[in-house]
Design a protein around this ligand. Sequence first.
Ligand SMILES: [Ca+2]
Ligand SMILES: [Ca+2]
Ligand SMILES: [Ca+2]
Length: 338
Amino acid sequence: MKERFKRLQIKGFVVGLLAVVMLLVTGGFEAEASNSRVVDATRVMPLEVGTDYRIRRSTVLEFTVPHTGLWNFFTHSIETGDPILGITNQLGWQVAWDDDGGEDFNSFISVFLNEGETYFIFAGFFSANSGDYILSVERVPLMRLNPTGGRQNVNNHTFFEFTPNTSGIWEFRTSDNTGNPYLALLSDSGSIIIQDDDSGDGLNSLIRHHLVAGETYFIDAGFFSGTSGNYILSVNQVAPTRLDSAGGRQNVNSRTFFEFTPNTSGVWEFRTFDNIGDPYLVLMSGSGSIITQNDDGGDGLNSLIRHQLVAGQTYFIDARFFGNTTGSYTLTVSRVSD
Ligand SMILES: [Ca+2]
Ligand SMILES: [Ca+2]
Ligand SMILES: [Ca+2]
């Protein structure tokens, strides 16, 4: 297993290096579209959706992403040889690579890409310069979640698109699992907002986050480290815990969203103490944008936020722990003199 991993790592490096070198020399490699389009072998040719590319020599193709989402690059119909695929971005950094992720010796890459960005696809052969197979690309259809939330069965790695109908705290929870669920929440540009492995019951995942109505998010519903299984994904808006408008104290035993509408304008203090673990506080406006956040401004690992608040306006306090850690603490909210 270790030997195999080592071999894969070396192959991955070689694929990346080859792709960069081939980009530097740009051209001289031959790809032939099976739909008999004339190919200019002196250029990096574009890779297009809906076209099969017959690869007979190591080739670099240029792919400009037509829609944000999950894309599959895969080889099939091998006549001879052992396909390998690599993807590099415009800076030459390797994004993904694969040797035998498909059936038999075929390569299979599934990767989240953003609209308008350009990538270079290296289609080659393991320990050989030639062979004969077909390369194709397809967009994985995104499942659209109901804007009011709901339940979905997840039987394999699935990307959901979610545009909530109301702003607030939304919860993504897995249950009834076989295997080890893993969830990630992504922005519409594909960057990870937050991810979680086991914050739910047992191996289940649980994410709570403030989402904005009308904005698009992606949920990467998968399994830990490429394992498989199935589970139910539940998406619900959850009511934040309401703090007294005059302040007070609260026990925090897991990540909690508080809603706070101060009764007087002025500087308010949010302070953690009696901590187990590493508290982390985030103060947000009523629309969910971050006003300020603090990790260790209090005693030891405790958090401390002082900020000018306006009477009658709603704020959220995301009372959590550093990173994905857990613990408990007491949170006090009080008006302090200027
Ligand atoms: Ca292969
Ligand atoms: Ca898990
Ligand atoms: Ca801290």
